[in-house]
Design a protein around this ligand. Structure first.
Ligand code: HEM
Ligand SMILES: *[C@@H]1O[C@H](CO)[C@@H](O)[C@H](O)[C@H]1NC(C)=O
Ligand SMILES: *[C@@H]1O[C@H](CO)[C@@H](O)[C@H](O)[C@H]1NC(C)=O
Ligand SMILES: *[C@@H]1O[C@H](CO)[C@@H](O)[C@H](O)[C@H]1NC(C)=O
Ligand SMILES: *[C@@H]1O[C@H](CO)[C@@H](O)[C@H](O)[C@H]1NC(C)=O
Ligand SMILES: *[C@@H]1O[C@H](CO)[C@@H](O)[C@H](O)[C@H]1NC(C)=O
Ligand SMILES: *[C@@H]1O[C@H](CO)[C@@H](O)[C@H](O)[C@H]1NC(C)=O
Length: 420
């Protein structure tokens, strides 16, 4: 009897409290048409208030969820990025400003108070929050009388950031969109707004689309095709097929691919806070490698032109060969620095597998060449053989003076033979 009575009272009290909440808090709700997130906003009516209350519910498999205010573009928006905190059970809310089509940058100009009900539970992330100093920022403001205020939203690709850092590094969005809200409908007494299951009156979505940006993966693919695939292949073409012509064609192609890849990399670098200073190891080494590669291309080209004129090896070829021996491994090593920078460090294992495969493919050729060179060293010493001189200095006489007419191909390893 007692229990029954108290539950009636508690229930009545609950409804009573709810009734008060309903009658006193106006809010507007938005539901993204792709179902990725829902958002509700309350603009406290008190004059002079600089506060906003909002609620955001979304798919917790996304590495981040975000909304922004002020514009139909990222530019000039005040955004709020929500991601899992270190415990994985609650959220980190990072207010960020955007000046461009690039990763928003943390601002400490606004104050977020995370409120009860906030959690990461199963597949759902829920945020209830109050934001202070939130109605004006560099680039925009919230006008409670605006009947078509612009807002944006976006979701990150799947993953968990699990960090308390307000400046956490993130990947670019998986989907993004734009919506409008009649803010006059969300003006009311201060309080956490309710998430709705469909758009409230005065709320409409203008855009909701998947982000199909491939510039970063394409950058990685082109570089790997060039440095792990084509460039070593070009060495084989010269050494095994003995074809300087196809070596040149192949290396021109790999040079062009790597150049396109470099421009893609430069453009990707402008998008993230961690890379827009262009001072990470990957970017610095990358720029050096690309400059060396341009040098390598020019050297190879000039060497070949001089060779065609004289039908004799040139002074440039040792530089070409040694620069090539530095550039290709440096480019490959730089790939291992690129994946962690793109927040996909596990791809380093795939790259490692490719490099091991390359070594396995190259080993028999190296062995074959080693055997052949030993043979040649025994027989060729005195013979003059014509052909393409890829390593003329190997045959230099002790005077250090290159006598072009004495050059042999294939090279022999006498006392001055290099590398042994
Ligand atoms: C690493 C972080 C981010 C990067 C690198 C980035 C980059 C970009 C780029 C390059 C575009 C242009 C896409 C195109 O025109 O094809 C774009 C569009 C867009 N992004 Fe982001 N974004 C990031 C984070 C965010 C966040 C946090 C939001 C939401 C709060 C957002 C919302 C939007 C929206 C609504 C658009 C379409 C409107 C526009 O062109 O500005 N983005 N983003
Ligand atoms: C808020 O949600 C509760 C249920 O959680 C509901 O009873 C109440 O009517 C809602 N209030 C508004 C203003 O939508
Ligand atoms: C709030 O501001 C409006 C004008 O901005 C004014 O008309 C109104 O009297 C103010 N209300 C209070 C309670 O201060
Ligand atoms: C998350 O943090 C907020 C603010 O500290 C708190 O009110 C809420 O209860 C927390 N949620 C969980 C599941 O711990
Ligand atoms: C939520 O996650 C569970 C597994 O953890 C899955 O079976 C279920 O389909 C998910 N629900 C939604 C709506 O994604
Ligand atoms: C910081 O807040 C003040 C007061 O609302 C605002 O005028 C200023 O533009 C803000 N600064 C930035 C960088 O957003
Ligand atoms: C809620 O909005 C209606 C108009 O849409 C308004 O009449 C009412 O006063 C508002 N409630 C509060 C508490 O401001």
């Amino acid at each position: 009897m007692h229990v029954w009575l108290s539950s009636v009272l508690v229930t009545a009290g609950f409804f009573c409290a709810t009734a008060i909440a309903v009658s006193s808090t106006n809010s507007s709700g938005f539901v993204a048409s792709d179902g990725s997130l829902s958002f509700a906003l309350n603009v406290p009516q008190d004059n002079g208030s600089d506060e906003l209350y909002f609620s955001l519910v979304g798919d917790s498999s996304c590495s981040w969820l975000a909304f922004g205010m002020g514009s139909q573009k990222m530019k000039d928006s005040l955004t709020f990025m929500v991601y899992s905190d270190a415990s994985g059970k609650n959220v980190t809310v990072s207010p960020r400003l955007v000046y461009d089509h690039s990763e928003p940058t943390y601002t400490n100009n606004v104050t977020i108070t995370v409120l009860p009900g906030t959690k990461i539970d199963g597949n759902t992330t829920t945020l209830n929050a109050k934001c202070s100093n939130c109605r004006a920022w560099k680039g925009g403001s919230v006008d409670p009388t605006n009947t078509a205020a612009n807002l944006i939203f976006a979701t990150g690709p799947s993953g968990n950031l699990n960090t308390n850092s307000l400046t956490a590094d993130i990947k670019r969005h998986a989907s993004y969109g734009v919506f409008q809200m009649d803010l006059t409908k969300s003006v009311g007494a201060a309080g956490v707004p309710n998430i709705t299951t469909s758009n409230s009156a005065g709320v409409k979505e203008l855009k909701d689309q998947a982000d199909h940006d491939v510039s970063a993966p394409l950058h990685a693919c082109l570089m790997i095709i060039a440095f792990v695939g084509l460039m070593p292949l070009g060495v084989l073409i010269l050494r095994v097929l003995n074809s300087p012509k196809w070596h040149g064609i192949n290396q021109t192609l790999s040079f062009l691919l790597a150049l396109i890849g470099a421009f893609l990399g430069l453009s990707v670098g402008t998008m993230y806070n961690r890379t827009k200073g262009f001072n990470t190891a990957h970017q610095i080494i990358g720029i050096i490698v690309i400059m060396m590669m341009i040098g390598q291309f020019v050297l190879g080209f000039m060497h070949h032109r001089m060779y065609k004129k004289t039908q004799a090896p040139t002074k440039l070829s040792p530089y070409h060969i040694w620069l090539g021996r530095v550039v290709i491994p440096a480019g490959i090593i730089n790939g291992f620095l690129g994946f962690p920078l793109a927040l996909v460090p596990k791809y380093d294992f795939a790259l490692l597998a490719l490099v091991l495969l390359l070594i396995i493919v190259l080993l028999p050729f190296a062995f074959w060449r080693y055997r052949r060179n030993i043979q040649k060293a025994k027989t060729v010493n005195s013979n003059s053989v014509t052909g393409y001189q890829s390593r003329p200095w190997e045959n230099q006489t002790a005077q250090n003076d290159i006598n072009l007419n004495q050059m042999n191909y294939p090279p022999h390893y006498g006392k001055q033979g290099y590398g042994r």
